[in-house]
Ligand binder design. Sequence first.
Ligand code: COA
Length: 316
Amino acid sequence: MIYSKIKGCGSYLPEKILTNSDLESTLDTTDEWITTRTGIKKRHIIGKDQFTSDLALEAAKIAIKDANLKPNDIDLIIVATTTPDKVFPSTACILQKKLGIIECPAFDIQAVCSGFIYALSVADKFIKSSSAKNVLVVGADAMSRITDYSDRSNAILWGDGSGAIILSSSDDEGILSTHIHAKGEYGELLHVPKKDKEGCRETIEMKGNQVFKMAVNTLDMIVDETLNLNNLAKEDIDWVVPHQANIRILEATAKKLNMSMDKVIVTIDHQGNTSAASIPLALDFGIEKNKIKPGHLILMEAFGGGFTWGSALIRI
Ligand code: COA
């Protein structure tokens, strides 16, 4: 049986930091409100001269090196992003050029905060069908570019960053299953509406409270779906590597799993919600901190605009 195995991992956060006290000086908010309602203390913000592909490049270089590969060993690039450099070419094609990869298929996936799980699911199918051997899967987002910094319920949440993995074909257990879903009927609860006012920057609008409730209930269902398909029990999971939207959503999922928060990788405190980048950033953080180790069983799960949601069960 062919498995997709994570052979390398990398991540990148831009230099500039936006703290809660920075936000206190421009918005009617407090560090105390943001911390208790979201768990966020600070987030990283992309530099004026950087693009999403630049964030992706830094994470990709580390992941390729970590996998002991050269850029031209990569035979497929998938970038999950909601904030592409341009309408076209895709950020994946721009990244391919920046990495000096001469030729391979490259494309973007847009599933907002679930984008990395979607990308993983597609990459896994390429590997299992022997259509690719070494896939670069990146989640990269510059959410600050689509955030309205005068809207206190949004400005506090979002951050920028990137994470990348190399998925390689292997006889050893790797990805055990992926699960992806979407329900377009809820699109307008979390979206970037098309504004027709000339020169108006398009920014995120969100019915935060409704999104919150839907996210908690949906993540409960996806955990059950994943465990049932694999005939596994909650206790079999070593680490949950969740999309980082709100610490209270993470706590609710941990409670559902009867799992202590010590088994959940948490980065939201210093990264905010980095959309498609948050899961690979959390994975890299967990490996760096010597928490996630070879042989561990990890559950990734995400919920985002669309609505989209998904999960992946992976043997490291
Ligand atoms: N500082 C202070 N007060 C704020 C505030 C801020 N930054 N943002 C909102 N408030 C206020 C609201 O105006 C409201 O005031 P009111 O009662 O006088 O009308 C009050 O806080 C409660 O607002 P509500 O939206 O119910 O707060 P909440 O507890 O749901 O927290 C979010 C708001 C956005 C933090 C929360 O809903 C959330 O995280 N939702 C999910 C978002 C998400 O995960 N999105 C991405 C999915 S990938």
